[in-house]
Design a protein around this ligand. Structure first.
Ligand SMILES: *Cc1c(COP(=O)(O)O)cnc(C)c1O
Length: 387
């Protein structure tokens, strides 16, 4: 029987969760809260949803009124609970609540900064590097990151459903025997049902030359309730690697820890990708907290991205200098596993380029001079050819 959780009289909210449920005229019910489909049906998507919950600034109000025509707004109740109600600089809030600055285009901004549309070989398949492809599964996500590199596609309803594109993608992959690695991203692939995901992975796994399959997803951060033993079993069955997306240590809640445990215990190797964002994680402390927190959850920080120059994201981007300085404060100063590779997706389709602090000072006549993490200089002499 359907439990009646509708509000029949006004309630005084005692917790953040109750406040969020009240926006939708419902009581808080832990069982429903923990159901990922309930979370998806109760996402905050418009001004009226945010008004009772947050002390909105005028810039946010205008963002919620206007920016959502350009790029959809959605925040899961789980993620909304993490937002500080009266701090407009809250690092969780900056990631998902739009501001009117999104309507501003700055020099160098692009609609498709990574040049993916140019490298698209069949709809939804991007083949840029020799041995690996990017497969765009869905065009929706659990929540929308305001700095999304694919905002031109995601949430726009322009991508054909997977069922109409899949045969052409599989045919391309069967023909291209040089492809050994498929990265499934989107939109968020983990929003597919277990059955659809199982089928897609099964078709990819049936192609002999594909030896490595990974999924990029922010579901563990936005919607940890989606990570169920059944889902972990599907991923394990097809020997999938997961690249998760986290930007701030505060995202690592008990629910997220449970989800990561389920995945790690289920045999899924876990990496994470972080976008460097102004006011969110552009400090040594913020990055250390996040990366150390991830290691505790058995998630290996993989990439730290310089934020792509997507139109309307200048207010969230840092300079490259900031990124270099931050990575030099981590490398050597903490566990190597906790330091991701800082990369830039070269604007215009150049692909990922690592950006490294200068450690190689000179290399002449077989003599290498390097600078260590403390700033001290050392010399290495190349072996002399014997005989
Ligand atoms: C990021 C990306 C990949 C995967 O790159 P790795 O460095 O192997 O993680 C593949 N194709 C495209 C188009 C990409 O953007």
């Amino acid at each position: 029987m359907e439990l009646n959780t509708r509000l029949d009289k006004p309630l005084i909210a005692k917790s953040r969760r109750e406040e969020i449920c009240h926006i939708f005229g419902e009581y808080y019910d832990p069982e429903r809260w923990n159901d990922w489909r309930w979370q998806m049906r109760h996402r905050l998507t418009k001004l009226e949803h945010f008004q009772p919950l947050l002390q909105l600034t005028p810039a946010e109000e205008r963002g919620l009124e206007k920016a959502r025509d350009k790029f959809a707004v959605a925040v899961t109740p789980h993620f909304a609970e993490l937002i500080e109600p009266d701090n407009p600089l809250c690092p969780i809030r900056l990631q998902v609540v739009p501001r009117e600055e999104e309507l501003v285009t700055s020099p160098g901004d692009m609609i498709d900064p990574c040049g993916e549309d140019d490298d698209s070989v069949v709809p939804g398949l991007i083949h840029r590097y020799p041995d690996r492809v990017l497969l765009l599964a869905l065009d929706s996500c659990a929540a929308y990151c305001r700095y999304c590199t694919r905002s031109r596609l995601v949430s726009q309803g322009e991508m054909y459903p997977l069922t109409r594109r899949i045969d052409a993608m599989i045919a391309y992959l069967q023909e291209h025997t040089e492809v050994r690695d498929v990265l499934i991203s989107g939109g968020d692939p983990l929003l597919m049902s277990d059955e659809v995901l199982d089928k897609l992975l099964g078709r990819l796994r049936a192609i002999e030359h594909i030896e490595f399959v990974r999924i990029g997803s922010r579901v563990p951060s936005f919607l940890p309730q989606r990570i169920t033993p059944q889902l972990a079993a599907v991923l394990r069955k097809h020997r999938v690697w997961l690249s998760l997306h986290f930007c701030h240590g505060r995202e690592l809640t008990p629910e997220v820890a449970k989800a990561c445990d389920l995945l790690a215990d289920g045999g899924i190797p876990l990496g994470s990708q972080t976008v460097l964002l102004k006011g969110v994680n552009d400090s040594e402390n913020a990055l250390k907290n996040l990366f150390h927190g991830l290691l505790k959850l058995r998630v290996r920080p993989y990439y730290l991205y310089q934020c792509d120059p997507v139109a309307g994201t200048a207010h969230l981007r840092t300079s490259v200098r900031t990124g270099i300085d931050l990575i030099s404060k981590l490398r050597g100063h903490t566990t190597g596993y906790a330091v991701p590779t800082y990369v830039m997706d070269a604007p215009g389709g150049g692909g990922k380029v690592p950006i490294l602090p200068e450690t190689l000072l000179a290399y002449e006549n077989g003599k290498t001079t390097v600078r260590n993490w403390e700033g001290k200089l050392y010399t290495y002499i190349d072996p002399v050819e014997l005989g």
